[in-house]
Ligand binder design. Sequence first.
Ligand SMILES: O=C[C@H](O)[C@H](O)COP(=O)(O)O
Ligand SMILES: C=C(OP(=O)(O)O)C(=O)O
Length: 430
Amino acid sequence: MSWSPTSWRAHPASQLPAYPDAEALAMAESCLAAAAPLSTVAENRALSARVAAAAEGRAFLLQGGDCAETFAEFGADKVRTTFNLLLDMAALIAAGGQEDVVTVARIAGQFAKPRSADSETVDGVTLPAYRGDIVNAAAFDPAGRTPDPMRMLEVHRQSGITVDLLRAYAAAAYADEAPRRREAARRLGLRPDPVALARDPASAPRVFTSHEALLLHYEEPLTRWDEASEAWWSLSANMVWIGERTRHLDGAHVAYASGIANTIGVKCGPSLTPDELLRLAETLDPENRAGRLVLIGRFGAEEIARRLPALMATTQAAGLNALWAIDPMHGNTRTVGARKTRFVDDILAETAAFFAIARAEGVHPGGLHLELTGDHVTECLGGSAALAEADLPRRYLTHCDPRLNAAQALDVAAEVARLVMADVATPRAA
Ligand SMILES: O=C[C@H](O)[C@H](O)COP(=O)(O)O
Ligand SMILES: C=C(OP(=O)(O)O)C(=O)O
């Protein structure tokens, strides 16, 4: 049977909200079907070409942004801060020797969250879990927690403005590039590369958009047919990914992603077997096209050495052209007091292990995926600012998972730059 954007509806779907008002849902979906796209096929193809270069060892994918965007925190300043932080991080990694850094934000659509539990009970009252602003409100009250499909329209509106801002910042970013590169070299104790400093304005850096393709009621109407490429594209973002909780082979999320032409990320956690990974790759990337699949490991600092080598050995033996990246956040969540947090030391340890395992397996360690914000939050512990447990309550603002603040994100990028430097200087395993 041929694929269509509605094909996912014939598959079991996890993590989708139970909307109580079917008419309102249908109305929101039809408004989205008539709404402007949030990416273009040309941009999406450009990103895939650059991810293909990363898969071939000639580039590095940096992906990062909020755990979840929200309506309340939205503003041009926030978008600009994320944009600048990602480019500062990219400059560090580039200075480490991986000149072409492909920068992708978790932005302009990252509003839906998978949850461990469907409901939450407080003082004997049970309500649906908060699933991100695209679904319901974080506040614990019955009206706010009821899934409201009209929220998808607000996400589309906010994301449209965000995309316009990102395009405008990219057009202006050339002026900031030389100082950014000088600062990156200074931080790494290197001499700035004069060739890099004199880059052509045409190669001004840009930031692509991405989010988890979780809420399929939102993704379906933003999936559009392109005559020129004769393909369906998600025009809700430049690339989307499938999360650890929804990557079931026969599930709705894999069924949806299998039919769109964009670059697709797949989170690969501790329960993924080599056989499942191969079958996922066959389903999502039957042509084994470089630039199509990004395998994003997220095992935790303690688990990675037990899990990743067999997965990488399998993709190598099968000759897969997928890009391997590391998300050192999601396997390293701990609870301290009543709050979820992550330790920068765990994040660095998993990242270093990723590079070491990739080198041993003959794989290009080609990407980093982080939850971060340019705001001065105190959600993760450690780093050069030495945030300690007592700091957690000061600015713990996330509604879901703890994010690196700007200083911590730059600490991780600087460490990746050092790992890249060591990697490019080391001959690869056969
Ligand atoms: O970002 C990932 C998930 O949404 C998150 O870790 C789930 O958190 P929970 O275990 O509190 O539901
Ligand atoms: C939910 C996420 O991650 P994972 O699917 O890896 O848990 C995420 O990246 O927001």
